[in-house]
Design a protein around this ligand. Structure first.
Ligand code: 28F
Length: 644
């Protein structure tokens, strides 16, 4: 790498045509395009652009190009221009053709891909411009260098004439204009949004480059330019922009070469719990991370722990911050340029090179230490934020431990609020989970105590903090429920110990009722899925109306049913009562309509219902206010007339 930098200072490596070695012609590319560009669908089509732009970006990273322009023309033609050195045009001594022609007509041709200088940006197989040439009905290469302008044109990769000089110029650069071949691509339709977002990302990853996109395929012409002086620092700033309160004065940033790799990292913290971590290898996004990200994570945890200890924020190893603690609110971008990247995993989305881990780790360790020393305010705020996360983690764990402790539910007294049934046979026993003490009272009086048990639950349990389920288990009410079920929980769970084969959620047909039902379904879904799978969980269906005419009493469970009953018993002198809550029913009515196995309707809960509740749970009780507001606005009407 030192060598490379030296060369840069002198104005570039002395390129000579002998660096080129040739593998083969372009026939294989047209035969099996998927092998070279992934597919012949939209992704493959766009890959052609990335391939050409990559070359310009490589030239920028080598320190020679500053501007790249991408132009989309109306007839599916794309042109890419850079102001780099220009692809060499001198004659190859053995092949007796221009280096430009070799680069465009031979697979893997060029020192760029196999020789001393390395290609860092990420063509799918690093095959470059010749592949694009092979898959284009027409391509034109224009090179400005050595005082002249040179061009050559190709059809499906075949040169139409020798490279020729068409004018003089003191400038330098490369322009490639190509039209994809309809024989290869099913459909040629460029997606400007996709192109713009790819170019934005590439601009962040290449500090100081200016990328302009001009789309002339639509009227009026679309124009957008990207230039980020700060590189990844700008990227981290952008990522931490929306809605997040930044806690640092200065974003941590490092850009260093180490053991032949270039490592660039930016880090900042926001005042929230979500983590944003993006990693790239050779400008290719690695959604599954890999060695570079692993190295970064260990360095971050280690540096922050060292700093917290040295500055007296933590005193014992027990107080050490974990990886989880230092990732809450983290916004980090990690980018590595490496000679022979190994992309691993099913989707090649993870970097496998072990040397990337140690290099990133040591670079980040060293520079983060330095950053923290020079920015004590930021250091303090970051550590305080992490300590807060650690505190929350410990509290959650303690709560979970008590509740999940081995045998925690064994031999425990049944909760006092449980009005148990007389039967000890689970097959015939039923447990009604009832909302509120008043409905609980009616249910206790109305039930058949031989086989029906009642457990009243308070609406208060709804104030469960955020979506942390360990907090849910912390609730007294929930604990009572778990004890009543008899199965214990987690590792100790034993379905055969279930004390009731029918567990019936009996709540009001209003918003609070819906809340509590959601909560209970979520609890069962997350902790007792086996109970749902075995079809032991039910939802009671209380009636909405009571219709009385003389001695005839009928109940209706929804509006159409009410109309039907009205028709049947005639509209005269009829007394209609609309139930607002279970508490309005007297014990006899509750028994008759909702609890008596002879008359009642029960809906068995299936896994799909519970899954949906689990999703709603986060909306209703999660920390985000907006989705909850939205849900309530959208569903306010339907919730009022809730029928399941
Ligand atoms: C619009 C796409 O492809 N730009 C490029 C260069 C510069 C050099 C180079 C490229 C020579 C033949 C391998 C110049 N001078 N934009 C581009 N700019 N390739 S591609 O060399 C590659 C070798 O094939 C270049 C001295 N060294 C390198």
């Amino acid at each position: 790498m030192a060598k490379k930098q030296e060369e840069k200072k002198e104005g570039g490596p002395s390129y000579s045509a002998k660096d080129i070695y040739v593998l083969e012609g372009l026939e294989p590319v047209r035969k099996r395009p998927g092998m070279y560009i992934g597919s012949t669908g939209p992704d493959g089509l766009h890959h052609l652009i990335w391939e050409i732009v990559d070359n310009s970006i490589d030239e920028a990273m080598a320190g020679f190009a500053k501007n790249v322009e991408i132009r989309l023309l109306p007839d599916n033609t794309v042109s890419v221009t850079d102001d780099g050195r220009g692809i060499p045009v001198d004659i190859h001594p053995q092949m007796k053709v221009s280096a430009l022609e070799v680069a465009l007509t031979k697979l893997h041709a060029g020192g760029k891909f196999g020789g001393e200088s390395y290609k860092v940006s990420g063509g799918l197989h690093g095959v470059g411009v010749s592949v694009v040439n092979a898959l284009s009905i027409h391509l034109k290469a224009e090179v400005t260098r050595d005082g002249g302008i040179y061009i050559q044109e190709y059809k499906r990769g075949v040169p139409q004439y020798k490279v020729k000089k068409i004018g003089k110029s003191e400038k330098h650069g490369t322009k490639v204009t190509f039209t994809p071949d309809l024989e290869i691509f099913k459909e040629i339709k460029f997606d400007r949004k996709k192109i713009v977002s790819h170019l934005r990302q590439q601009a962040y990853l290449t500090k100081g480059i200016r990328i302009v996109i001009i789309d002339e395929s639509e009227k009026p012409t679309f124009y957008h330019a990207f230039y980020f002086e700060g590189g990844l620092k700008s990227f981290a700033e952008y990522l931490s922009e929306d809605g997040v309160e930044r806690i640092q004065e200065e974003i941590f940033y490092v850009d260093k070469e180490s053991e032949g790799m270039r490592i660039e990292v930016a880090v900042t913290y926001g005042n929230e719990i979500e983590t944003q971590e993006l990693s790239f290898a050779n400008n290719i996004y690695t959604p599954d991370g890999g060695m570079h990200l692993t190295g970064f994570r260990s360095a971050l945890t280690r540096s922050l722990n060292d700093y917290a200890k040295e500055s007296g924020y933590i005193k014992t190893t027990e107080e050490n911050l974990t990886g989880e603690d230092v990732r809450e609110g983290l916004v980090a971008v990690v980018s590595i340029k490496i000679r022979e990247p190994q992309f691993e995993g099913q989707t090649k989305a993870r970097l496998g090179n072990p040397e990337a881990r140690t290099a990133v780790e040591s670079v980040v360790n060293e520079s983060l230490k330095d950053f923290l020393a020079r920015h004590p305010n930021d250091g303090r705020r970051i550590v305080e934020k992490c300590l807060l996360s650690a505190k929350a983690r410990k509290a959650a764990k303690a709560a979970k431990d008590t509740i999940l402790r081995k045998g925690a539910f064994e031999g425990l007294m049944l909760p006092g609020k449980l009005a148990d049934c007389q039967s000890r046979k689970a097959e015939e026993s039923e447990l009604f989970l009832v909302e509120g003490d008043s409905a609980g009272g009616s249910a206790k009086q109305g039930r058949d105590r031989r086989f029906q048990a009642i457990l009243p639950l308070r609406g208060k349990i709804l104030n469960v903090e955020k979506s942390r389920v360990d907090k849910m288990l912390d609730s007294k009410e929930i604990k009572s429920l778990v004890i009543a079920l008899g199965t214990a929980i987690a590792d100790e769970f034993d379905l055969s110990k279930l004390r009731y084969h029918k567990i019936v959620i009996m709540t009001d047909a209003d918003v609070d009722g819906a809340h509590i039902r959601t909560l209970l379904l979520t609890l069962f879904y997350r902790y007792f899925p086996a109970i749902i799978e075995a079809e032991h969980l039910y939802i009671a269906q209380p009636p909405l109306y009571r219709l009385q005419s003389g001695k005839t009493v009928r109940y209706a469970y929804n509006d159409p049913e009410k109309e039907k009953v009205l028709k049947e018993i005639g509209k005269e002198n009829i007394n209609i009562q609309r139930y607002k809550g279970l508490g309005e029913m007297n014990p006899d009515q509750l028994w008759e309509t909702t609890m008596n196995p002879e008359n009642r309707m029960l809906k068995v809960v299936n896994v799909e219902d519970a899954k949906e509740a689990d999703r709603l749970f986060d909306i209703l009780m999660g920390s985000q206010v907006e989705p909850r507001k939205h849900f309530i606005q959208v569903h306010a009407v339907s919730v009022k007339n809730l029928d399941i």
